[in-house]
Write a protein that binds this ligand. Structure first.
Ligand SMILES: [Fe+2]
Ligand SMILES: [Fe+2]
Length: 250
């Protein structure tokens, strides 16, 4: 059994340093691994990332993270990622990483993801170059997810960590008019094709907790949705099969 603590949209800054510190101190004893689903900072400033980095540096358990749109806002996503990487965080940017926990090999594919919407209202690959470039950018994320899942195919447990939503179910609660900006169903295609045991994302602060891609569970772990610092998932790994048990609180 692997205990996974997941949270998105922490939006760290100096103003919430104490809360971040105490949340990460507690999670150390409650989980084997931490997943951070983007919007790590308030406005993408590296000194905001340092608040989270300082909390992660003290942890002995592995931390995997992806960036969110807020982490790009100041035009310094590389500096945000570097601050976290320096603290030992595995920052996944269209990439994968693995670790060994309790004799099980855990693989994590991470990508920010991007916009595009869900069946019924999707951005088409048509018209002005700028709009077609947005479509292409989401396609690059989808291809990276496919590539990452191929890389971790032999892992006992496979997780996809995103910021943007791959299904509409977990953005429900947000105004319908902005669903197109909250994720894309095209991110789900490689997950359906290659399989995964758990998918987590954030971004939709007013969204819903639970969704799925076929039989694969998808959770929106934005702290605004889970209403606590971390949600704990228990993953029971059996080669070729896995079960996710949802637990809380943390
Ligand atoms: Fe956010
Ligand atoms: Fe976001």
């Amino acid at each position: 059994m692997i205990r996974i603590a997941a949270a998105g949209d922490i939006h760290a800054s100096e103003a919430i340093r104490d809360r971040v510190d105490s949340a990460f101190e507690r999670v150390e004893g409650e989980a084997d691994v931490v997943l951070l689903a983007g919007d790590l900072t308030t406005t993408g400033e590296p000194d905001q990332a340092m608040v989270l980095a300082d909390a992660c540096r003290r942890l002995s358990i592995p931390v995997f993270a992806v960036l969110g749109n807020h982490d790009y806002n100041a035009g310094r996503p590389d500096d945000v990622a570097a601050a976290l990487a320096d603290a030992g965080v595995h920052v996944l940017e269209r990439s994968s990483a693995t670790c060994e926990i309790a004799d099980l090999r855990l693989g994590v594919v991470g990508a920010k993801g991007f916009v595009g919407g869900f069946p019924g209202c999707v951005l088409p690959d048509f018209g002005e170059p700028l709009l077609r470039e947005v479509y292409a950018e989401t396609g690059r994320d989808a291809e990276a997810i496919a590539q990452g899942l191929r890389e971790i195919v032999h892992c006992d447990l496979r997780i996809v960590l995103l910021h943007y939503a791959p299904v509409e179910a977990t953005v429900m609660g947000e105004p319908a008019g902005i669903h197109v900006l909250l994720g894309s169903h095209r991110l789900a295609t490689p997950i359906a094709e290659y399989g995964a045991d758990l998918v987590v994302h954030g971004h939709a602060h007013a969204g819903s907790f639970e969704g799925s891609i076929g039989q694969i569970p998808v959770y929106n772990v934005a702290v605004h949705v889970i209403g606590r610092d971390f949600w704990i998932f228990d993953l029971e790994g059996v080669r070729g099969r896995s079960e996710v048990e949802v637990e809380g609180p943390a």
